[in-house]
Design a protein around this ligand. Sequence first.
Ligand code: SAM
Length: 271
Amino acid sequence: MKDIVENRQRISFGKKVKIALLALRENGLLWSICLAVYYATSAISAQAFAWMDSLRRKKQLPGLNSAAMNKLIWESWDWGAGGEEWSPSPEWKQSVIDCVLRKYVSEEDQVLEIGPGGGRWTEELLELASSLQGADISASCVEACQQRFADVDHAEFFVSSGRDLEGVADGSIDSLWSFDVFVHINKPELEAYAGEFVRVLKSGGKGVLHHGTVGGEKGGWRSNVTIEDMTCILTDVGLEVVDQFQTWEDNKGAEFEAGLYQDAITVFVKG
Ligand SMILES: C[S@@+](CC[C@H](N)C(=O)[O-])C[C@H]1O[C@@H](n2cnc3c(N)ncnc32)[C@H](O)[C@@H]1O
């Protein structure tokens, strides 16, 4: 059903009338009225999204992705599921751990996680890290992580401004990890963060960022950052992009995606 409605542009007017008449004959009036309402409102919402996207680009609006908006939304989130609601399957999560996290974060690293949320990746990072700092714009995330990892003595969580890493010492971090966070962060905040990455990373330290690639045009509440912006912003501050990918294969040959909205993962190193 959803496919028929979404593919409406490819169906001629004559065919649409035939479909409507057949639907009426086979399903009755009430069901067909509901179909008509669903059809009309989904067309209106698709058009509203297209206008929002266009206005956001033309007038450089922050959309739902400013630091203040992120703080407000994430402070109201229910962290009961620990962020697992964003893992499409246990296999996908394990592949992120095996093929991405453990590829770039090494044992005994001093780790900085930006936006730990409910601690979905923090648990795994803590297995490797000699110390972990978790900076999140949302006080409720920080509280959730402080409770979840209360017994771990090498972890520390604090509320951050959403554009800097105040409190993290210069040249102290081996690995920086951030998943499902920079997908929501706009260009001005990313630019501010990039300077902070240079400040807090050790020489040879690396960062792994999960982010959007198309500036939000595919939905998913993605920010205005494109893949080109990400590369430019990191290289402009002197960081070297060493890997950038949207899919990966696990050791059994199964392929996995970074996200539902053409997301990517960028890995960079401070020289
Ligand atoms: C979708 S959740 C992801 C949480 C966790 N990383 C995960 O993958 O389960 C987004 C997280 O990013 C945090 N966040 C959003 N904007 C931020 C910003 N500008 N700086 C730091 N954290 C931010 C939110 O508070 C929230 O914890």
